[in-house]
Design a protein. Sequence first.
Length: 354
Amino acid sequence: MTLKTSSSRRSPYGLFHVPFAVAASFAVLTGFTAIVFGLPLRDPDGFLGPSYIRLPLLLVAMILADVLPRTLWRKPTLRTVHRVALVEFRRRWPGPRLVLTSVGLATFYLAYVSYRNMKSFLPFVRDRVVDPFLQETDRWLMGGDHPGDVLQQMLGTGVSAHVLSAVYLSYLVFVPLSVAAALVWSRTISHGVWYVSALSFNWILGAASYYALPSLGPIYIEPRHFTDLADTGVTSLQESLYRNRVRVLADPHATESVHGIAAFASLHVSVVFTAALVAHLIRLPLVVRAALWAYVVLTALATVYFGWHYVVDVFAGAALGALATWLAAKATRSDDLPIRIPAAQATRVTAPSQ
């Protein structure tokens, strides 16, 4: 996959057309599934209010994070700070860019919330799991040994558990921060659109993989292999997810919780693999690329070490991430024309002549 340039001009308004349509279609499918199976739709991250409040707040926060440092860098006085901020806002956030970023957030949100709901519907739609098959696959790949035992013997169960727990849980912060960075600080807009679209496609493909091979993961099928691990943030998360599973299975209408357990494929691996792959293809600085590839390796180790996933889930996650990246490139034409944000004194977003 390579990035090519073209001399034709293209409006940035259309970059998210296909990804948004795909995410909206996925949302419709999610709603249809809820109706057919009599299940409630939930907003899993609704603690900040409904989406029509939360999404504008996220957009405002992203704009402030972009404009405020540039305003302060100019060292304005108290009397001039609002004028300087307005100049920076107009320079950095012309109308087309505001529209593009808003549609990007909506695309990501539709795909993510639909994914979380489809994941929650999984035990009601596909009530049989294929964990025995995945267990046998794991042991075949490891020559008869249990992958969790092998990693724990190699890495230990004390300090390593805390380090890998921090790596695994950092994903919860990495995803929203990387989306914000892609939409706010990408000099080449099509690169940011590509990444956000690829993450959106990850959610959709991930949900499909859950339904193709419904499974719970080693920690919930063979917990005895993980009893020697130190108590970490991952331990608390695994217990919390299991409690949510019990609540949802008991009565999905009586709880605001969502079911969040599924093993195949690993979305942790697929998302960070996507981030590293896009960074590699758009030639971000070497230190960034190296850090992201290291993050992929550590995340993959953590998912097996703690029993979240089978070994085959990791490979499937990497393949899913690569597929999502390719589909997003085609959907946004990010392999055809980079659209750049002008470096200074721009009032609108344009595609530069090559």
